[in-house]
Design a protein around this ligand. Structure first.
Ligand code: DGL
Length: 267
């Protein structure tokens, strides 16, 4: 079974891409809706919450977990991979969305100018910039935190003109920056893809980590048969959440494009 974890429902956009590319596996989705947002929290808290979620998903039998949350991938993945896994689950794997996105962004950026929009937490961690510069020290990275976008999208305000104005303001410095590629470095931002495209124009190219991570995960599994053969292939999907509010079906529809049957769990 593959576990997919996010701070809330935004990670469903990532799961959705996995289901297109790798539908054969069993998936267990966990959204920590009781504690969203992660994007404004300290490193310590994001590490603690993410480790609890990972532990929970492993106890359910997942052999591989993808952190679909960019904030968790940025702030907690390294600690989980380097400290938690070797101690508790040396045979299992936890992967994130930052590295696959960075690899793809570089491949698509001949001018080496890459922009990143993300939560405050992801931007302050500089995770995208650090990983991009590891692969190519000459790359220019322009980051922009967009803290109002997650609450606006979660409140169903993505079509509101105020959201358009806020987005325009966030994107203004990136428009000046003559980018090759703009990374949408947060689960929620693909919902605003069309507006971002209009505001940014034909160039830069836009990258959503969901699609990219799905394709790279398929490649990873081919290169790691010792893990791949341990993943169950029943085609099942379960959706776990740490809190259930009346917004659930609205958000499930927004991010997943369909109604879902949630199960409430405590971590
Ligand atoms: N899932 C988070 C991310 O991709 C956005 C929501 C939050 O702040 O928790 O960074």
């Amino acid at each position: 079974m593959i576990g997919v974890f996010d701070s809330g429902f935004g990670g469903l956009v990532v799961l959705r891409e996995f289901l297109k590319v790798l539908p054969q596996y069993d998936y267990l989705y966990l959204g920590d809706n009781a504690r969203i947002p992660y994007g404004t929290r300290s490193d310590k808290v994001v590490v603690r919450f993410t480790a609890q979620a990972v532990d929970f998903l492993f106890r359910q039998g997942c052999k591989l977990i993808i952190l679909a949350c960019h904030t968790a991938s940025s702030k907690a993945l390294r600690t989980i991979q380097q400290i938690y896994l070797p101690l508790h689950y040396p045979e299992r794997r936890v992967l994130g969305v930052v590295i696959p996105t960075v690899e793809e962004a570089l491949a698509r950026s001949p001018g080496k100018r890459i922009g990143v929009i993300a939560t405050e937490g992801t931007v302050s961690s500089r995770s995208f910039e650090i990983e991009l510069k590891k692969l190519d020290p000459e790359v220019e990275v322009v980051q922009q935190a967009c803290p109002l976008l997650v609450p606006l999208i979660e409140s169903g305000e993505q079509e509101w003109e105020g959201t358009g104005m806020i987005l325009k303001r966030y994107l203004a410095p990136l428009k000046e920056a003559r980018l090759d590629t703009l990374i949408l470095g947060c689960t929620h931002y693909s919902i605003l893809m069309d507006q971002i495209r209009v505001l940014m124009g034909d160039k830069p190219g836009l990258i959503c980590s969901g699609q990219v991570t799905a394709v790279k995960l398929a490649d990873y599994l081919q290169r790691h048969p010792e893990l791949e053969t341990r993943l169950s292939r029943g085609g099942s999907r379960r959706y776990l959440t740490t809190d259930l509010t009346p917004r659930f079906q609205h958000l499930a529809g927004l991010f997943m494009g369909q109604a879902l049957t949630p199960e409430v769990v405590e971590l």
